[in-house]
Design a protein around this ligand. Structure first.
Ligand SMILES: Cc1cc2nc3c(=O)[nH]c(=O)nc-3n(C[C@H](O)[C@H](O)[C@H](O)COP(=O)(O)O)c2cc1C
Length: 423
């Protein structure tokens, strides 16, 4: 690929990269040095739905729901960084679908149940948790707050959540594992070079990760137009954080080589687009690690069957938060066929558009063992760092407890298929 030299070419590259990998706040900043003009220039109809929800808040404690953090995060971040969180693909139809589909599920509450005491505890991949909410892997968190993944890990520790760490983390797996204090999950993006994969696996294992999450929904670059639109509004010079690097490297590889997980690894020839990847990679992965293997990005019964045939240990029903293919289909709509296929043989998790306790309740009712959240905790991180993430987690937990009480369900096990109906 020819090397982009001009700012415009560089930004075009960044927008088209599947993994857009900002390195951190050093020069790009996380908002303090950002022009404030973008605040008045909100992009209105692109990105997430519910744009009318949320209010600017001055402290985490002032938040009424997670949307207050979205509004506050948008104001705190430079446009390109906020756009990286906000973006879906093409016309953002899948992003919207992920949210809107929850509106087509209605809750069927039972009355006169003693709900004085409720219990949201569960066991996820052998780990006992007080909550079914898992922190989804998201890249480049230091682009949102100087403490990045460490702030997220500390919040996860304080609130007792499982956390998955992205391959394109801006903090090393060793440091994040230490900050979390309990084993974290390691999310793996495959590359064209197996030795690179192996090095990542060995580091994750040495950092006591017990689960590797293989993301399979981005074999090629997706078309993140909303990100491109935000980048167009960003007038900063981004070259210090976003590598434009030596010419023998591709730009993406240069950017990746500056990520902590690739420290000391020569990734010159590694391809991060892996269109030729097949289920054989899953076999190889299974045979090469002692970690449990979870596949993230499954949305069909057929692929759920393949996962079971391959002996995977868990499935995450996910469309990358509407950032992979523009299917127009919500993950909560994909969940039932996966659940029917899996028949409780391995845990099934789901992510995409979970913003309220009622969304968690509906996912559990449709058979999910747990849910993952992406953007909500990033909004909390961008707005206030660790306290922001903690408050997002608190809000979701409190909302889940409330809907469980109002629906007459005392445990997650009592939330069943009769707890919801399709509108
Ligand atoms: C900014 C951002 C970065 C992400 N980075 C990764 C990543 O590095 N690896 C991955 O498997 N998924 C990544 N995802 C997808 C999330 O893991 C998750 O599937 C998605 O965010 C869930 O949807 P939600 O944001 O609506 O909750 C990312 C999502 C966002 C918003």
């Amino acid at each position: 690929m020819p090397y982009p030299t001009s700012r415009r070419a560089f930004l075009k590259f960044v927008a088209s990269s599947p993994l857009f990998a900002p390195l951190g706040p050093a020069a790009c900043g996380t908002g303090k040095d950002a022009p404030v003009s973008h605040i008045l220039d909100r992009l209105g109809t692109v990105g997430e739905p519910d744009q009318d929800l949320g209010e600017l808040i001055a402290a985490p404690g002032a938040a009424l729901d997670v949307f207050d953090f979205r509004v506050t995060a948008e104001r705190a971040l430079p446009p390109a960084h906020y756009g990286y969180i906000a973006t879906g693909v093409d016309g953002d139809a899948t992003l919207r679908a992920n949210r809107e589909a929850f509106g087509h599920l209605q809750i069927r509450p039972r009355r006169l149940v003693d709900v004085e005491t409720i219990d949201t505890a569960t066991s996820i991949m052998g780990t006992r948790c007080d909550t079914p909410v898992v922190i989804a892997p998201t890249g480049s968190q230091r682009a949102f707050h100087p403490e990045g993944e460490l702030a997220t890990a500390r919040a996860a520790r304080a609130k007792g959540h499982l956390m998955a760490l992205s391959t394109v983390t801006t903090t090393s797996v060793e440091d994040v594992a230490e900050a979390r204090g309990e084993p974290i999950w390691y999310q793996l993006y495959p590359t064209s070079r197996w030795d690179v994969t192996e090095q990542l696996l060995r580091r994750a294992e040495a950092a006591a990760c017990q689960v590797v999450v293989l993301t399979v929904d981005l074999p090629v670059t997706s078309n993140r137009l909303t990100l491109s639109r935000y980048i167009k509004r960003d007038t900063r010079d981004c070259s210090q954080c976003h590598a434009t690097g030596p010419s023998e490297y591709g730009a993406q590889n240069t950017s990746f080589s500056r990520k902590p997980m690739f420290d000391g690894t020569d990734i010159r020839d590694a391809e991060f687009n892996t269109p030729a990847l097949t289920w054989d990679f899953v076999d190889r992965l299974k045979n090469s690690t002692r970690m449990r293997v979870v596949i993230k990005g499954i949305v069909t019964a057929e692929d759920a069957t393949r996962c079971l045939e391959r002996g995977v240990d868990g499935i995450i029903v996910s469309n990358h938060g509407g950032r992979a293919e523009e299917s127009g289909r919500a993950t909560i709509q994909s969940l039932p066929e996966v659940v029917r296929t899996v028949r409780r043989r391995v845990p099934v998790l789901v992510d995409g558009g979970i913003r309220r306790g009622t969304d968690i309740f509906k996912a559990i009712a449709l058979g999910a063992d747990a849910v993952c959240i992406g953007r909500p905790y990033l909004w909390g991180l961008a707005a206030f760092g660790q306290p922001g993430v903690e408050k997002v987690l608190d809000i979701l937990s409190a909302e889940l407890a409330t809907v469980m009480r109002l629906a007459g369900t005392r445990t997650l096990a009592e939330i069943g298929s009769s707890s919801v109906v399709t509108a």
